[in-house]
Design a protein around this ligand. Structure first.
Ligand code: HEC
Length: 159
């Protein structure tokens, strides 16, 4: 009676197939092995600086500029789309208008954004009197500063 499933006939087969797989792996000479290790070490050394550069680039793109543009888009674009002015045509956010109206520095833009002027409402936290200020959510001093810098930058770039 032949017992094909006996452990004595199966185990040598398993052992042989494992051996075949192992011997199929590439065999490196000691010199090749050393070269490969050096390559891997170089790759590791280059990986960290690259990761840092990538992280810096990503944070520049996704934190700084979009948040500035976001403030402008949510608070100002209704009246100043494309750097224009739909309420007062002689007071656009173009560089010539800013210069003519004496609003061509971040400080002067800050004052107007903070406290308002004419028909433009102020957005500062302590803007007063109430009638000259926005009814909507206010901007922190930092946000007023950032959006003022953004406006001057865009004006210099021609919007
Ligand atoms: C409700 C409409 C309205 C909104 C919203 C608004 N503005 Fe104005 N803005 C005006 C008007 C009107 C003027 C002209 C004011 C005047 O008569 O002196 C003006 C003037 C300005 C000026 C001076 C321009 C110049 O050439 O003299 C700046 C700078 C400015 N706005 C920036 C902003 C910023 C930044 C925001 C968003 C935080 C904003 N504005 C939101 C209506 C608006």
């Amino acid at each position: 009676m032949v017992t094909t499933s006996s452990p004595f006939t199966r185990s040598p087969t398993v052992a042989r197939s494992t051996w075949t797989k192992r011997s199929a792996l590439p065999q490196y000479s000691p010199r090749e092995h050393q070269e490969r290790q050096q390559e891997r070490q170089q790759e590791r050394q280059q990986a960290l600086p690259m990761a840092l550069v990538t992280a810096a680039a990503v944070s520049l793109c996704f934190t700084a500029s979009p948040s500035l543009a976001d403030t402008f888009e949510s608070k100002c674009i209704g009246c100043h789309a494309g750097g224009g002015n739909i309420v007062e045509r002689s007071a656009t956010l173009s560089l010539p208008d800013l210069e003519r109206n004496g609003v061509d520095t971040v400080e002067r833009i800050f004052d107007i954004v903070y406290g308002g002027r004419g028909k433009m409402p102020g957005f500062g936290l302590d803007c007063a009197p109430k009638g000259a200020c926005t009814f909507g959510p206010r901007l922190s001093d930092e946000e007023v500063q950032e959006v003022s810098e953004y406006v001057l930058n865009q004006a210099r770039l021609g919007w």
